[in-house]
Design a protein. Structure first.
Ligand code: PEP
Ligand code: MG
Length: 784
């Protein structure tokens, strides 16, 4: 009787599931069923429900055995023993028959022997834990003869060591949790990718943008290729833009090796062939519209096209999540406007795409910031190069174009942080573009066009908070994958934290204080000391830091002491009196060398006092510090001593990091690791100093010399991680490299980095990329 009850609903076809059936089918299963409920094609399959799991446990009398192991053994041993117990137990014959006949039915439907994906689908109580513990086992390309074994392995993963530990701390009884298993036909993916029901670069909701590449979806999702891009107008289902990229690789399943493998396409004609037909793209767009209509919000969708089936049965949706990045306000505004295609537009200049996005507006060609008086909100700034004095103008600009500068120049860094499209290093923008001319800056591709292509957009910035207000931070975070590598965000301007506070980052990995000094304080600290107003510096700096630390509490904020160069300090009010004119400020009196010099030391003490004020008077213990441009051990020790004299000392809740950006720090990593808590790689300066290439040199930049992916730079980073870990220090990175190159993030995750700090616009993509890399690493380990 009991057995019959347990076997009932033990297996359910995906088509029978709905989103409220998480208890039975787990989150993944229930969501797939919901998609099917409104005719979305998902790979066919079935779910072995939580009932089946309970039946298996009851049949083998495992509950009491598991209970006593958990009571008697430590988590690591318990995990091993329970997993073994589950894997060696027998699946009740009637359940086994039911699973295999469901498989046979699926095979019959598909018309041949079918390979399936077997995935865990956590039930409500365990969902949070499942993502926390990486308990998301997926076995790909499973055949009939392996199926039962793989199902048991997925069940066993409920008892991963971390999962047991987690439940202990939350007071959840491990013998009471259950798990469902999704079994789905493997899509033999000819092409795959993602699509968005609004333009990911501009937030324009009139368009569907499809990104596509050959082979398995991993190439696009993990950022391994520049995908083909198709833009489809929703109202007419017409393709309005098509871009074919050079796709350097694809992932395919190799049946001999029983594993996915990377195929190099760089010399194959396939690389430049479009990976999706018009008919397939339009079919995808139709599905995207239906999904958006059902969920009533912009969606981010993964899809695949099967090589064995005929159109349209070959077009599958693999996953659909809400897209939360762009505000609906901006999208609605744009809906009323006309947009023309970029084809046939005159190209004015090209340069480096430094901060993605697109904007149209009136160009203001301004060579001297003092002449920026009539610059209006929404105008486009065209200038030679920016420096901190330009920031107030940059804040109201709808886009920025410069003659000079590379990807780590002031203009590039600030615009990325502000979320404004920017193109740098055009060489001749200030000559070619006329003041007052109407232009369009397509900073996703690095091209400036003549005329207006999109309407001027008031707010180009992602407005996460506004778009999804009312959702708790925990719920918000659960929309994104949990990663073992922490994802931090870089931020310098305290007042924009409110815009970004709901992004899924684990802390601020680099808070540059130069913005607070040049925009809030405005005076040189030594000048303020001279006129008897040092508190002005301390209070304003403390306020700026506290603003960010409060907004994201208890997530940490790593505040970097000042890293102005002499030419930048000179520009502060009263600065000329204290700052020499150096021939080469980039390699001059910057970073720690200032703090330990008799001239600047009193100002450094003010910086320390501000941090102490934030931590002790305001109680914001989530504020840590970082020293920039460290060159030698002796100077760092001296600076640490000054900090101690001011009452700040390394402790369990006060971490002290240093930037690893001068190669000497990496050469002597063991020496430094003993006196600090962590390193943060400054890949901008590290690439410059390792390769001997001025990071702002356009000549060398154009020749491809300035490249953080150079093997010498990568090897240095890897070496740092190895040595730092050996001596107990953590390693992060806050230079631009991982924000711009997903492959650098992959390299660092594989090398074991502890955290990655990226620009606001790269937080979500980096979190997804890192999650997929971590899962790949786990899969590779399992296969071995
Ligand atoms: C770096 O050098 O990588 C870095 C983050 O510091 P900055 O760009 O401020 O020199
Ligand atoms: Mg630096």
């Amino acid at each position: 009787m009991i057995v019959e009850a347990l076997l009932k609903d033990a297996i359910l076809d995906i088509t029978k599931l709905r989103k409220d059936m998480i208890e039975l089918a787990g989150g993944k299963g229930a969501n797939l069923g919901e998609l099917v409920s409104f005719d979305i094609r998902v790979p066919p399959g079935f779910v072995i429900t939580s009932k089946a799991y309970s039946y298996f446990i009851a049949y083998n009398n495992l509950e009491s055995k598991i209970k006593s192991i958990l009571e008697e053994k430590d988590s690591a041993t318990a995990s091993e023993e329970i997993k073994q117990l589950i894997i060696s137990s027998q699946v009740p014959p009637d359940l086994e028959n039911a699973i295999l006949s469901s498989y046979d039915e699926l095979a019959k439907k598909v018309g041949k022997e079918v390979l399936v994906a077997v995935r865990s689908s956590a039930t409500a109580e365990d969902i949070e834990n499942a993502s926390f513990a990486g308990q998301q086992d997926t076995y790909l390309n499973v055949s009939r003869s392996e199926l039962i074994q793989k199902v048991k392995e997925v069940w066993a993963s409920l008892f991963n060591e971390r999962a047991i530990e987690y439940r202990k701390t939350k007071g959840i009884d491990s013998t009471k949790v259950e798990m469902a298993v999704v079994v789905q036909k493997m899509v033999n993916s000819r092409s795959a990718g993602v699509m968005f029901t609004l333009h990911p670069a501009t937030g324009d909701s009139r368009y569907i943008v499809i990104e596509s590449s050959w082979g398995l979806g991993e190439a696009v999702v993990g950022g391994k290729v520049t995908p083909d891009e198709i833009v489809i107008e929703k109202s007419t289902l017409r393709i309005v833009e098509k871009r074919v990229s050079h796709k350097i690789l694809k992932y395919v399943y190799n049946p001999q090796k029983k594993a996915n493998e990377e195929v190099d396409l760089s010399n194959s004609p396939e690389a430049d062939k479009i990976s999706i037909s018009d008919e397939e793209a339009i079919e995808l767009a139709k599905l995207a519209l239906k999904i958006e209509e059902h969920y009533k919000r912009p969606m981010d969708i993964e899809w695949a096209i099967d090589a064995d089936l005929k159109f349209p049965d070959n077009v599958f949706i693999v996953q659909a999540r809400p897209e939360t990045f762009w505000s609906s306000k901006k999208a609605t505004k744009e809906e009323k406007e006309e947009v023309t295609s970029v084809e046939n537009r005159k190209v004015l200049v090209k340069g480096l795409a430094a901060s993605p996005g697109i904007a149209s507006g009136i160009a203001r060609v301004i060579l001297d910031v003092k002449e920026a008086g009539n610059f209006k909100k929404g105008d486009i700034l065209v200038t030679r190069m920016t420096d901190p004095d330009w920031v107030p103008i940059m804040k109201i600009a709808s886009a920025i174009v410069t003659d000079e500068g590379g990807i780590t120049s002031h203009a590039a860094i600030v615009s990325r942080e502000l979320g404004i499209p920017a193109i740098v290093g055009t060489k001749e923008a200030t000559k070619v573009i006329k003041d007052g001319q109407e232009i369009t800056v397509d900073a996703t591709r690095g091209i400036v066009y003549e005329g207006k292509i999109v309407e001027e957009v008031e707010e180009q910035k992602p407005q996460v908070t506004q778009g999804i207000s009312g959702i708790s931070r925990d719920t918000l975070m659960s929309l994104y994958p949990i990663t073992a590598t922490k994802i931090y965000m870089n931020l310098g301007q305290p007042d924009i934290i409110d815009k970004y506070v709901d992004l899924p980052f684990d802390g601020i990995g680099l808070m540059r204080i130069e913005f607070i000094v040049s925009e809030w304080i405005k005076y040189h600290p030594l000048y303020l000391i001279k006129i008897g107003k040092p508190e002005e510096f301390v209070n304003k700096l403390a306020d700026g830091v506290a603003r960010v630390a409060t907004a994201i509490y208890p997530r940490p904020v790593v505040v970097r002491f000042s890293d102005f160069k002499t030419n930048e300090y000179r520009r502060l009010i009263g600065g000329e009196e204290f700052e020499p004119e150096e021939r080469n400020p980039m390699l001059g009196w910057r970073g720690v060398s200032r703090y330990v010099s008799p001239q600047y030391e009193p100002a450094f003490r003010l910086e320390v006092r501000a941090i102490r004020k934030v931590r002790e008077e305001m109680g914001l213990k989530n504020v840590w510090v970082m020293f920039p441009f460290v060159r030698t051990e002796w100077e760092l020790k001296k600076a640490l001593k000054i900090m101690e004299e001011e009452g700040l000392q390394r402790s369990k809740d006060f971490k002290v990091w240093i930037m690893a950006e001068v190669p000497s720090v990496i050469v002597l990593a063991d020496v430094f690791a003993k006196i600090i808590d962590g390193f943060s790689i400054g890949s901008n300066d590290l690439a410059q100093l390792t390769l001997g290439v001025d990071r702002d040199s356009e000549i060398l930049g154009r020749m491809g010399y300035y490249d953080e992916r150079d093997p010498a730079v990568l090897r240095s980073m890897k070496k740092l991680i190895r040595i730092a870990h050996k001596y107990g220090a953590t390693v992060s990175i806050c230079g631009q490299a991982p924000s711009v190159y997903p492959e650098v993030a992959e390299f660092l995750v594989r090398a074991g980095i502890d955290s990655i700090s990226v620009n606001p616009d790269a937080v979500i993509s980096t979190r997804r990329n890192v999650a997929s890399i971590e899962q790949k690493i786990m899969l590779e380990k399992l296969r071995k």
